[in-house]
Write a protein that binds this ligand. Sequence first.
Ligand code: NAG
Ligand code: NAG
Ligand code: NAG
Length: 454
Amino acid sequence: MKSTTTTFFLFNLLLLLLHISVSSSAPLLPKEALPTKSGYLPVNSATGSSIFYTFYEAQTPTSTPLDQTPLLIWLQGGPGCSSMTGNFLELGPWRVTVSHRQNVEHLGVEPNPGSWNRIFGLLFLDNPIGTGFSIASSGEEIPRDQISVAKHLFTAITGFLDSDPIFKNRPIYVTGESYAGKYVPAIGYYILKKNLHLATSKRVNLQGVAIGNGLTDPITQVATHAVNAYYSGFINEKQKSEMEKAQLEAIKLVKMGNWSEATDARNRVLDMMQNMTGLATLYDFSKRVPYPTRLVTKLLRIDEVKRALGANESIVFDDCSDVVGDALHADVMKSVKYMVEFLVKNSKVLLYQGHFDLRDGVVSTEAWMKTMKWEGIEKFLMAERKVWHVNGVLAGYVQKWASLSHAIVLGAGHFVPTDQSLNSQAMIEDWVLDKGLFSNEGEETLPSKFRGPV
Ligand SMILES: *[C@@H]1O[C@H](CO)[C@@H](O)[C@H](O)[C@H]1NC(C)=O
Ligand SMILES: *[C@@H]1O[C@H](CO)[C@@H](O)[C@H](O)[C@H]1NC(C)=O
Ligand SMILES: *[C@@H]1O[C@H](CO)[C@@H](O)[C@H](O)[C@H]1NC(C)=O
């Protein structure tokens, strides 16, 4: 009896030790969580500057072979924030998780059922160079304007498309969030202009662009914070006047072309709103704590994770780079609205916002949309804003006419896919495939004179 108990005890001890050794050696990113491919796309072979990427092929492609399956490209904002935040906290197939054992924080990853690669390929780019795991050989090479951003992105994207015949000719949609409200139009515009001078076989098959909670036409958008906060009940009339005064200062500096000072003035408006409202984050007025981006930073500072992703191990990952932020400081208040106007004439455009965002929200976007120079804008503004359901449940609102769509996502802040992963997935899939509220059915077609030459 005694000996069987001892044996039993020893056996259990052995199992326990085995369990400990197995769990401590289990990879943080299991094999099934690894990107289909990842690494570096050179933007300048002479200097070695390159853009880091992770690519996830579609889980259930919309076509076999893959040549008709759309490819989405994701760009984070900032300026200077890494698309790995999008990858591991928002729309990627695996998201960072945290658990506590004996007061120690343990990181892991879990599948994201709302991933944007359910039926499309999904490419994350750390843009511009100097951001995330991307490499800037020198500070001078970091872009200071959107044309330079677009040139680097174009080299990286064509490098990626040329890396495997499986990517050739697939329909491409460039998407992004926040300050990518500048990058997305910039690369979209650059591609369409470049295509005009390229042989058909060399063209990039851009079909559309999507921007979430974007900064695109700052002079219009900076003027909306006070009324937005006031009519949402966060500030009183006196505070509204104070904010309006600060907004006018930013607008004045933009008009004078004092770009760097204009960015500082906008930051003062946002600081003022932060101080007045006392919110945990202006990115989502419903939140009691900010978005947990620090978990992404912690995960991507682990050597094993860097190795698994093919990232340069000597880089200490930051979710946002101050060096890149400084390089683009004077770019912040410059408008790229004219690029969106070109894109809406020659491809299709989706603008979507999480409803809880006080920085780059619904009102801020609608303010500049209605000033767009596009022959279809009157029709768009008269189009019905439809109630949008996903699986029978209210998800938000969609307004669409011809090539322009606007979606409001309820229950979400600045990081729409983080807060409403399944609804964000339904939105992007329907928009890309012209389905549901994004279908063209019953819509009069746009007279050909409204469309450009591309
Ligand atoms: C605007 O820029 C000019 C030239 O850089 C500078 O002299 C002037 O002080 C600036 N004005 C303000 C209000 O910052
Ligand atoms: C906001 O509050 C901080 C801390 O009290 C203060 O330093 C800062 O000047 C305030 N900013 C504005 C624009 O009021
Ligand atoms: C990794 O990054 C460092 C610092 O940016 C750079 O000096 C080094 O050449 C890079 N290594 C590789 C293999 O690219």
